[in-house]
Design a protein around this ligand. Structure first.
Ligand code: SF4
Length: 472
């Protein structure tokens, strides 16, 4: 998995592991407002906050889980839809990763593939699976490219057979370039993959080594060139800024190497230091140099935006950039919004009819459930009030702006009046602008996008609740 600052996760959709500095949220209204009299890019807020999964609609009681979820599967699925298959294995644990779950063993490839195909089969014949096209399929992890070539092919073929994929479905295989040889690349292509999202993170061999990444800069470049030469799929890399010891010059070099390869796109993510990751622990114990602080991160973010803009990359979202029309980034964009997400695999998190669910993250328990013909759900949360409004808001912020009048028209809620004091303050400190009636994030606002998105949702929710209480 990439270590995306804005990536929705419980392997698919959901909450992030705790970041260093996370203190939870308080219902103190002043926390919504940005600091004044400071440079907004580097100091608008005291810290970055983690993506909030947008739960809050009430957890389904464990004893009702089975029947509740089962009844959902009889409902027609309409609108945008994605599917996610979680592959939980990694060859090694990258130091910065807060998502590592299970060491890869070759023997596990066949057993896992059998089980996840069986899990998809459990949904067969149900309206939620069969009723509408799926617009993006994502094999994520973990490291899907660790699987053996014959299992990659079986898994992709099964997904295409079982899931009603749209004719122009984006089919992404996420992974690493190390241990991704020609046999595996060709298995992905034969299986119909049309997009690769590869976690390079840094081309600097010393930074890679220090962060526990396998492979050298030369091996990364060779692998990408090999994949591009097939000409069958979009090739995207993830890069990360803010590693310990990574200067802004070295970050610019990473971007320059990626650009020189003429890839279809590149994603620039900020390093998140998760409390329980080896990096978080190493820094806390003083064994590892601290990662970039907020002013350094914000300068690197600005340098990334400048480099991608100057090279005429098209911005798809705050972190995603396309060089060619082949890169659409559909899965990531749709999953941020109100798309249905049919999720399979241990620990995978999905969303059906607005209900968020999580599969059992215990690998053995997940496998036993699936082998006994039982769907491996362990938690479901009903949508919170105005779920679709908040999803639309989060999706817009992810893309750098909001048409508030349009939101009001679509959802019948006074968004502008309710949020006016907050948006005015954010405007005055330089985080947002108004352009042709749209709220647009400035460069500083883009850096703080996750904070702004989360805070705006919470503020709006609070104002709407207050208004309801006053009229009750
Ligand atoms: S490959 Fe590394 S970054 Fe990706 S999920 Fe595994 S441990 Fe995490």
């Amino acid at each position: 998995m990439t270590q995306a600052s804005s990536r929705p996760v419980v392997e698919g959709i959901g909450s992030m592991p705790p970041l260093v500095g996370d203190k939870g949220t308080a219902r103190d209204e002043s926390r919504f407002f940005a600091r004044e009299g400071v440079p907004p890019l580097s100091h608008a807020f005291a810290r970055k906050i983690a993506v909030h999964p947008g739960l809050g609609g009430g957890r389904v009681a464990p004893e009702e889980m089975g029947s509740f979820m089962d009844s959902l599967l009889d409902q027609e699925r309409k609108g945008r839809s994605v599917a996610y298959i979680h592959v939980p294995f990694c060859r090694t644990h990258c130091l910065f990763c807060g998502f590592y779950k299970k060491k890869y063993h070759k023997d596990e490839s066949r057993l896992y593939t059998n089980a996840v195909i069986a899990e998809m089969e459990l949904w067969r014949g149900r309206k939620t699976l069969e009723s509408g096209p799926v617009h993006a399929l994502y094999l994520g992890g973990g490291t899907p490219t660790e699987l053996e070539p014959e299992d990659i092919l079986r898994l992709l073929k099964a997904a295409r057979r079982i899931l009603p994929l749209a004719n122009d479905c984006e089919i992404t295989v996420e992974g690493r370039l190390s241990n991704f040889d020609a046999r595996k690349m060709e298995a992905c292509l034969e299986g119909g993959a049309n997009r690769f999202s590869l976690g390079v993170q840094s081309f600097h061999t010393d930074i890679r080594r220090a962060m526990g990444r396998l492979g050298t800069r030369e091996e990364m470049v060779r692998g990408l060139e090999q994949l591009l030469a097939y000409g069958h799929a979009a090739v995207i890399v993830d890069l990360i800024y803010g590693f310990p010891g990574q200067t802004i010059e070295r970050w610019r070099e990473d971007i320059a190497v990626a650009q020189s390869l003429k890839l279809d796109g590149a994603d620039c993510y900020q390093l998140n230091v998760y409390k329980d990751s080896p990096l978080g622990q190493g820094i806390e114990r003083g064994n590892i140099t601290p990662a970039a602080d907020l002013p350094q991160q914000s300068a690197m973010f600005a340098a990334g935006v400048e480099a991608m803009t100057q090279a005429f990359y098209r911005r798809l979202s705050i972190s995603h950039w396309a060089r060619t029309p082949r890169e659409r980034n559909l899965y990531n964009l749709y999953a941020k919004g109100d798309a249905h997400c049919l999720a399979f695999g241990p620990g995978a998190g999905g969303n059906v009819q607005g209900v968020f669910y999580i599969n059992n993250g215990d690998y053995t328990a997940w496998m036993q459930a699936v082998q006994s013909g039982v769907k491996p759900w362990v938690m479901a949360v009903r949508p919170r009030p105005r779920h679709a409004l908040f999803k639309a808001l989060a999706e817009g912020m992810e893309q750098g702006g909001l048409d508030l009048a349009d939101l009001e028209k679509n959802f019948g809620v006074p968004v502008q009046d309710s949020c006016q004091p907050l948006l005015r303050q954010w405007h005055d400190v330089g985080l947002v602008n108004w352009e042709e009636g749209r709220l647009v994030l400035t460069l500083a606002g883009q850096f703080w996008q996750v904070n702004l998105s989360q805070l705006l949702q919470e503020y709006l929710e609070m104002q709407l609740e207050n208004a309801e209480h006053e009229t009750a």
